[in-house]
Design a protein around this ligand. Sequence first.
Ligand SMILES: Nc1ncnc2c1ncn2[C@@H]1O[C@H](COP(=O)(O)OP(=O)(O)OP(=O)(O)O)[C@@H](O)[C@H]1O
Ligand SMILES: [Mg+2]
Length: 358
Amino acid sequence: MASVSLHNVNKIYPGGIHAVHDFDLEVADGEFVVLVGPSGCGKSTTLRMIAGLEDVTSGDISIGERRVNAVPPGDRDIAMVFQNYALYPHMTVRQNMAFGLKMRRTPKAEVERRVAEAAQMLGVEAMLDRRPRELSGGQRQRVAVGRAIVRNPAVFLFDEPLSNLDAKLRAQMRTELAALHERLQATMIYVTHDQVEAMTLGDRLVLMKDGVVQQIGAPLEVYQYPTNQFVATFIGSPPMNLLKGNVKGGIFHGVDQHATWRLSAADDGPVVLGVRPEDLLPAEGDQSVLATVTPELIENLGHEVLVHFSLAGERLVARIPFGHATGIGQQLPLTVRAGSVRLFGDDEMGNALGSSTN
Ligand SMILES: Nc1ncnc2c1ncn2[C@@H]1O[C@H](COP(=O)(O)OP(=O)(O)OP(=O)(O)O)[C@@H](O)[C@H]1O
Ligand SMILES: [Mg+2]
């Protein structure tokens, strides 16, 4: 097991694409860190630099105490699991899992013991003599993970390992990976653009956009206190609602004047108010009302209801508990859960302005 540290790492591909900017990250021994962000934001490039599959243009990467910039991939003591599994088609599951160890001239009995142990851990014992094409996608992915486990690496690297699986299998493999991390207590760095995977798997998230780290933090911290509008809308489904407006005398006024909210502390000026769908609640009695809205679409999810509406031309959504009387076209006064309003700058950066403001 080992820590991983990236210090001021940049990647400029031949041709000039600056894929990763000044990347700083300290991954603790045994930690599970998830790199998350939209397509093309530099997640795979970062992971591949840690693996040694891409050169670092500038900066330092260390695994444990050792600077590895010039260390070839095979000597970094890492194991990587890819999206497409990358199993050898002509080999059996057993041979695929044993391959890396054989290359390292591990004694035969030791290879057999480790393959058997990993196969048992992943529930693929019955398939050891099959070839990859005789397996389902989920089983292939288990074998790919097994191949990494038998190596007993200092660091596991995963690049979207579940994205080729259907939703149900993905959810199942997600819990299996979480259990595996619990059991192995290994250092894991996991790339995904799936924010549910990011929220549920990681001890910490690293949110990236255009090669630049936007926020690093525990999943709930990132969810509750996004550093900017991009993070606010990338994490969470449906995303955080954003309402443009102005603060005047401690009161937020939406641009179309249909929304108002008293803030405990805020400077005058243009802002974007952010509120999560589950923090918008039907107002009862004398509760303050943010806005009275007209539902345009109602999605009943059983235990809760997604109410879609528009304010100032923005499509917004409230996630309200099941059982509140509401219907399409019926006016619905909405209040905001205490402490849940976030304010962001109304500029291109859209950075968070202070924390809780109501
Ligand atoms: N070998 C390469 N040569 C030149 N540019 C590349 C190369 N590989 C990736 N890029 C560019 O670097 C940027 C980051 O790519 P990267 O593959 O790291 O993104 P990603 O976050 O993994 O995206 P995805 O979610 O689609 O896998 C993109 O603009 C991409 O086009
Ligand atoms: Mg990628």
